[in-house]
Design a protein around this ligand. Structure first.
Ligand SMILES: [Zn+2]
Length: 303
């Protein structure tokens, strides 16, 4: 580093001084992101380095960035509203990586075929409450019907606990097999019909690879708790998850195979004709909205 950014000559330190200061004086290190990188952003920056950016690439990247910012802004506004408006609830939800049974630091167990437990976590943005729906693979899978059934249970519980709630907004990633599909939307419409107090349920999606959800903080806590725990029976995960946060512990709801609905059948029974709304899939923030409209009879379901 002979010259500074403005091109003026400036005396610089040698690399060993940096190394000594960073490693010995402060014990600092550069953060390496562990999460999967966004393929759109990575390809764009690699092309930029090679000087191969076309106008179309630039346009697509800017659109990607706009969608990313818009979804964050939507969540920020909904979070603010949820803190003050009792009739409105905003929730983020996500499925954690599988929790294996048995689970311990013994190396041999790593190579055994383990029983998977799934944890679908809901984080309420207004009051920071975390609710986790847990089931093992003998009770259910992780497809659209399983996820949609848990959302349905969550809506039922919200409507029971707070009769003033009229509007619920869910935020999730765009995983088509789990979250963004017509079966989950059918479940939302069913819930809207079932609870007379509810006027609208919104399902908002983050831009692909840029989901920033508070629900992920639940998963980080569970992963931390997992390191110092031994699990030999799937039901022990209920305790591990509920104790993962000391202050304001997470509520754990064990889910049984009887609790899951056949949402594919529900969609057929409801005779829902889902079609793309005027926003389409290329909207800045794709949104699946279930709105009651002016009359309770005229339900509409826009996907
Ligand atoms: Zn990106």
């Amino acid at each position: 580093m002979k010259k500074n950014v403005r091109g003026k000559a400036k005396k610089t330190c040698k690399i060993n001084v940096y190394r000594d200061t960073f490693c010995n004086e402060f014990n600092l290190a550069f953060h390496k992101p562990k999460k999967d990188q966004c393929s759109t952003c990575t390809i764009y920056y690699e092309k930029k380095q090679r000087g191969e950016i076309t106008n179309e690439d630039e346009e697509q990247f800017q659109e990607h960035q706009t969608k990313k910012e818009k979804s964050r802004e939507e969540k920020r506004l909904d979070k603010e509203r949820a803190k003050t408006d009792r009739s409105f609830t905003a929730v983020t939800f996500d499925l954690e990586a599988v929790l294996p049974t048995p689970c311990s630091m013994v190396g041999d167990l790593f190579y055994k075929r383990c029983l998977s437990t799934y944890n679908l976590s809901f984080y309420s943005l207004g009051d920071s409450k975390g609710t986790c729906y847990l089931w093992d693979e003998t009770n259910g899978g992780r497809g659209s019907s399983d996820i949609g059934s848990c959302i349905l249970m969550h809506i039922n519980s919200l409507a029971e606990k707070n009769s003033a709630v009229e509007e619920i907004t869910y935020f999730s990633d765009t995983c088509g097999g789990q979250n963004r599909n017509q079966f989950v939307t059918s479940a939302l419409l069913y819930a809207l019909n079932f609870h007379p107090n509810l006027k609208a349920i919104n399902h908002k999606f983050f831009e692909r690879s840029h989901s920033e959800m508070e629900a992920d903080s639940i998963h980080s806590s569970v992963e931390r708790a997992k390191k110092s725990t031994k699990v030999y029976h799937p039901s022990q995960w209920d305790t591990v998850v509920s104790m993962a946060r000391k202050r304001n512990p997470y509520i754990v709801i064990p889910v049984n195979y009887r609790d899951f609905y056949d949402l594919k059948g529900l969609k057929t029974d409801l005779n829902i004709n889902l079609k793309k709304n005027s926003f389409g899939r290329n909207n800045q923030l794709a949104e699946s909205q279930v709105d009651s409209g002016n009359e309770r009879k005229s339900r509409k379901c826009i996907f």
